[in-house]
Design a protein around this ligand. Structure first.
Ligand code: 6R9
Length: 606
């Protein structure tokens, strides 16, 4: 009875269609729908009482109990019926430990089915989950547990990624030893667990921000808003993390694939082998992964049948046109729309993106605002809203004018910080922190974080633009540019460059041998790259220094940690001693900390 009531409310609120034919067929239709989402958001996005686990599991377990949620690795297939049992079991265990509505549970699990059950079990009883990546250290876990005062942690004995094992239980023990709030150990029970009725605005989860400096920032999302945001978009295949691996696909009753390993294990064909084996239709990844997959050449792709693919998504940073074309031509075979989705942890769901079938794409542009989003560009010097004259483009700081259902409601335990970070700079607007250009067709091009803009002799240069120019060189796999202080020009461009592993170009290996006899080769390639940027953008954008590195420092979610690159290039960290590395600040989100010493050595010629 209870679940039927809840199901009814939400199935009226959320309408989702399959991706077989575009759910919005033309640009005109999109424009009309988008305008109504801005003019009358109350009726476009209705609210009600619900339970996220009922919407994501019970609804489909009643309708098609045998439909599968597909788990790779050992290819475990999980039906919605099975999932309901597992979720209820775990929910009851949590309850037996005294976890109740509004409590926060830390989940420290790898990408295994239990991670999904745990998120849903929390949602079922109205507890808020705080998912901590299984790659985080004991210290990072401890900080996140204490910030949220969690009474219970769900973990596993060990995680397994790319053949490496991580002793998660041991790490948890270490973290928990310093967390007096944590009281409980888990035991599983079997019976059905009745769902808690949740108000639309009740919290669903908090998620600590990636790559943040200082105290972790727990972004808090609510039940109905998050589900609605995820459901509206999930049918075109944007399936990542919370929104697009769990909530989005499950709330519309589709199949999701949870992948435990890494993209290059045991070889760089791993993703394509999974596409073939599981006949995946939607594939969503980040430009950093696209560039990494392009790096070893196309031989790992052509041996797999990728015909099942219908939509290819990209998220996380601007996609360089070069990587865009490769994704489109080699992976999509020219048949799959490339859906570049711009959004943020705080947004909860996609903010700017083409609707495949309705909106034509331009490589490198995230295109047009999603329903409920009203982007505005403000002049960073005057804080005035920029208005484009017909046929002209404008560039400024990207703000959102209208609030949207899935937006974060607070930073856990620090509402003042939430208001100051996002709402205070320009009252009445939400600041994204990104710079953007709106072209004469009203398409939006994200230029990167405003803090990353480089100012050379008064020219404000976007890092994304210079990086795209560098990656257009046939030898370059990936690059990151940052500003280094310069007596003459204020800032100068410093480029970190990763080269492709291409056997036709053996010198890559030599370059990394740091052998003085190859200095000429390095010099020549650096010179070529400077010319490349000059010809693509202009002389003022020429890198002053080019340093070749084996790879870049990235977070677990693939974000390049520019802070590290900036500090090393600016000489703030001059040696690879522990004390010097300490100056780089919190490195807990870094995927592979050993890169730091390599970078210091390369930049300072040690
Ligand atoms: C979803 C996610 C948010 C920041 C965001 C922006 C960058 C994300 C992008 C993009 C250009 C895209 N970003 N998607 N830039 N084009 N399609 O990545 O969340 O980890 O919070 O990062 O990522 O700079 O402000 P999060």
């Amino acid at each position: 009875m209870l679940s039927a009531e809840i199901t009814k409310v939400v199935s009226e609120t959320i309408t989702a269609k399959t991706a077989h034919s575009p759910h919005v067929a033309t640009l005109e239709e999109y424009k009309k729908l988008h305008a109504s989402s801005i003019d009358d958001p109350e009726s476009f996005f209705r609210r009600g009482y619900l339970n996220a686990s009922v919407n994501c599991v019970d609804r489909w377990a009643l309708k098609h109990p045998e439909q599968e949620s597909d788990e790779p690795g050992q290819h475990v297939h999980i039906s919605y019926g099975d999932m309901l049992k597992q979720v209820c079991m775990l929910a009851n265990v949590l309850k037996s430990f005294g976890v109740k509505k509004g409590d926060i549970v830390a989940i420290y699990l790898p990408m295994v089915p239990e991670a999904v059950y745990a998120m849903l079990a929390c949602a079922r009883i109205g507890a808020i989950h705080s998912f901590v990546f299984a790659g985080f250290s004991a210290e990072a876990l401890r900080d996140r547990i204490s910030d949220a005062n969690c009474a219970l942690v769900i973990t596993a004995d060990q995680g397994c990624r790319g053949g490496k094992r991580t002793p998660l239980k041991k790490i948890t023990d270490k973290a928990v030893a310093e967390c007096p709030s944590v009281k409980n150990v888990l035991v599983l029970h079997r019976p059905y667990c009745p769902p808690e009725i949740m108000y639309a605005e009740d919290p669903l989860f908090i998620l600590y921000m990636s790559g943040s400096t200082g105290k972790p920032k727990g972004v808090l999302h609510t039940t109905a808003g998050h589900l609605l945001g995820a459901a509206l978009t999930a049918d075109v295949g944007w399936i990542t993390g919370h929104s697009y691996t769990v909530w989005g696909p499950l709330v519309i009753g589709s199949t999701t694939l949870v992948f435990e390993s890494i993209l290059t294990y045991p070889n760089p064909g791993r993703y394509w082998q999974m596409v073939e084996t599981h006949k995946l239709t939607q594939f969503y990844t980040a430009p950093t992964a696209i560039r990494a997959l392009r790096r070893p050449g196309d031989k790992h792709i052509t041996s797999h049948d990728l015909n099942s693919l219908r939509v290819l998504g990209s998220v996380g940073e601007p996609i360089n046109p070069e990587a865009w074309h490769w994704y489109n031509d080699v992976i999509g075979n020219g048949k799959c729309p490339i859906v570049d989705t711009y959004w943020q942890t705080e947004a909860g769901s996609i903010m700017i993106s083409p609707l495949p079938g309705a909106v034509l794409t331009k490589p490198g542009s995230a295109t047009v605002p999603f329903f409920g989003f009203e982007p505005k560009l403000l002049d960073p010097t005057t804080d005035k809203e920029l208005e484009a004259k017909k046929g002209e483009s404008i560039e400024g700081v990207l703000y959102m004018k209208t609030p949207w259902p899935s937006m974060a409601r607070t930073i856990y335990g620090d509402h003042k910080r939430y208001l100051e970070t996002y709402m205070a700079l320009y009252p009445g607007y939400y600041i994204t922190g990104d710079g953007a250009e709106k072209d004469s067709d009203d398409y939006i091009w994200i230029k990167g974080r405003v803090d990353d803009v480089i100012n050379v002799s008064g020219h404000r240069l976007s890092t994304a633009e210079i990086e795209s120019a560098l990656i257009a060189h046939p030898r370059v796999a990936e690059s990151t540019v940052i500003g280094m202080s310069d007596d003459v020009t204020g800032q100068a461009i410093f480029a970190y460059v990763v080269l492709k592993d291409d056997s036709a170009h053996a010198p890559v290996a030599y370059i990394h041998q740091d052998d003085a006899s190859h200095a000429d080769l390095v010099k020549k390639l650096s010179h070529d790259l400077v010319i490349q940027v000059r010809s693509h953008i202009g002389p003022f954008a020429s890198p002053k220094r080019v340093v070749f590195v084996p790879y870049l420092p990235k977070t677990r979610s693939g974000k390049i940690m520019r802070r590290i690159l900036r500090k090393i290039a600016n000489g703030e960290v001059g040696a690879s001693s522990d004390e010097e590395i300490g100056k780089l600040g919190d490195l807990s989100t870094l995927a592979d900390p050993s890169i730091v010493a390599t970078l210091i050595r390369k930049v300072h010629n040690l």
